[in-house]
Design a protein around this ligand. Structure first.
Ligand code: ATP
Ligand code: MG
Length: 262
């Protein structure tokens, strides 16, 4: 505890010293958690990103920490939308950058999409750091710092976006997004594709396509589908996002019901 009563997260941060043996049954999950903590220490992840990650972890546990059929289907439909997009944009926040930055850069290159760093808790310093991280992974012309347009219907800094990116894009892939910004993007006429482990979130319910999967698995899976699909319009025509979310919830319910087989 500090003299003010509360220990700062920095004092508790042990990520650099933390050694997790590969044999640990929760190795992958702990490694991701560690990445998020490191990201916060580096000023890439906002402190509230720790909470968002914890919520995500809980839902990942419920779906078995694997890409399930409902997630794979949604990744395929996302790839189909990205295939017919005229101006695809991938919106990246701190958590997404630290967990899947490399995969985001690969996907953007493959599908010829713009990457925009767009933060819920906007700060120029953090945007700059995320841009640098993505550039280190090979990203080029990353948008975000200019902040020269506004998402309609949203107040304060959370509305700021890039004219060349989200503002003029037609299909926006926005993992780990907040509910009211997702709604505002829809009202602007965009096709919104999201990755959200919580099938009940407002974002999950409002997006055109919700991939209920960890962003670390979903992004490479979209890229895989993108290279394989042939008739994107047909895939899109058959899509029902609400039905797929119900499939995710049914899967979780069944898994819980059968858990101890008694
Ligand atoms: P909403 O605003 O959509 O109702 P929320 O306020 O509950 O959602 P936010 O903090 O706005 O949650 O968004 C973060 C979302 O990202 C959460 O639903 C969380 O489950 C999800 N999430 C966190 N980490 C990951 C991850 N690694 N992969 C996929 N989804 C994740
Ligand atoms: Mg929210």
């Amino acid at each position: 505890m500090t003299s003010k009563g509360f220990a700062t997260p920095k004092r508790f941060a042990t990520s650099k010293k933390l050694v997790i043996p590969k044999s640990h049954p929760r190795y992958e999950s702990l490694m991701l958690r560690n990445l998020i903590v490191e990201g916060m220490e580096k000023g890439i992840v906002h402190i509230t990103g720790l909470i968002a990650h914890g919520r995500g972890e809980a839902f990942d546990y419920l779906i078995g920490e694997k890409t399930q059929l409902f997630a794979d289907e949604a990744a395929k439909v996302s790839a189909a939308y990205l295939k017919i997009a005229k101006k695809p944009v991938i919106s990246v926040n701190g958590n997404t950058a630290i967990l899947a930055g490399k995969e985001i850069v690969k996907l953007a290159e493959e599908i010829d999409a713009k990457i925009e760093v767009n933060l819920f808790h906007r700060s120029e310093g953090r945007i700059r750091k995320i841009v640098e991280l993505l550039e280190k992974e090979g990203g080029k012309n990353i948008l975000g710092l200019e902040g020269d347009a506004l998402i309609q219907g949203i107040e304060h800094d959370r509305a700021i976006c890039s004219y060349e990116g989200i503002y003029s894009g037609d299909v926006i892939l926005v993992p780990l997004e907040d509910g009211d910004r997702c709604e505002a993007l829809k009202k602007m006429g965009k096709v919104v594709l999201t990755v959200d482990l919580n099938p009940l979130s407002r974002t999950a319910r409002n997006a055109d396509v919700t991939i209920v999967d960890n962003v670390t698995r979903a992004i490479p899976n979209i890229r895989k589908h993108y290279t394989e699909i042939k008739k994107p319009e047909e895939i899109i025509k058959k899509w029902n996002n609400r039905k797929n979310l119900q499939n995710a919830l049914d899967f979780i319910c069944k898994r819980l019901k059968d858990f101890f087989h008694c």
